[in-house]
Write a protein that binds this ligand. Sequence first.
Ligand SMILES: Nc1ncnc2c1ncn2[C@@H]1O[C@H](COP(=O)(O)OP(=O)(O)O)[C@@H](O)[C@H]1O
Ligand SMILES: [Mg+2]
Length: 158
Amino acid sequence: MEANAPIISRSPEATRRLASRLVTHLLPGAIVALIGELGTGKTRFVEGAPRELGYAGRVRSPSYTLLNIYRARLPIYHFDLYRWEAAGADEELEEWEEIMDGDGVSFIEWAERLADRLPPRAVSVYLEHAGETERRIRVAWPGERADVVRRLLMEDVP
Ligand SMILES: Nc1ncnc2c1ncn2[C@@H]1O[C@H](COP(=O)(O)OP(=O)(O)O)[C@@H](O)[C@H]1O
Ligand SMILES: [Mg+2]
């Protein structure tokens, strides 16, 4: 199995399931950077994490508020930087870094907007359209363990 081969998701539920699996392997302070155009399923992906950790409320892209917090077994910090004005936002960034270093797991839609200010420990998830209900998803774990990540995400997937 090729380490960096994309995973093909064939439904929103399959995309959620990838995050459900991923989050069970993450510790407080982990960061997941989501990179992909509008409609590729970044928010669907995030949904899987708080659900897996016992949160039953709504999960929505915080496009205007920039940050949603879901009180799951671990707090899930859901960022969406689509509308973020990076210029002059250093104070905000410091605040976020404190949150990301804290007691929960952070998911960041449009994480590429942080550029080199994205902490290097972030796991990157790249999503692409591959049909009406298909999405091509690649997970890039920092370091050498792409093969392990792929295996743990693919366990029992039909
Ligand atoms: N395989 C799939 N994975 C994720 N979403 C999918 C898939 N197939 C269709 N969709 C649809 O694509 C849309 C993705 O929306 P959303 O998660 O809000 O995207 P983004 O946050 O990247 O803008 C939803 O309407 C979802 O139902
Ligand atoms: Mg979104």
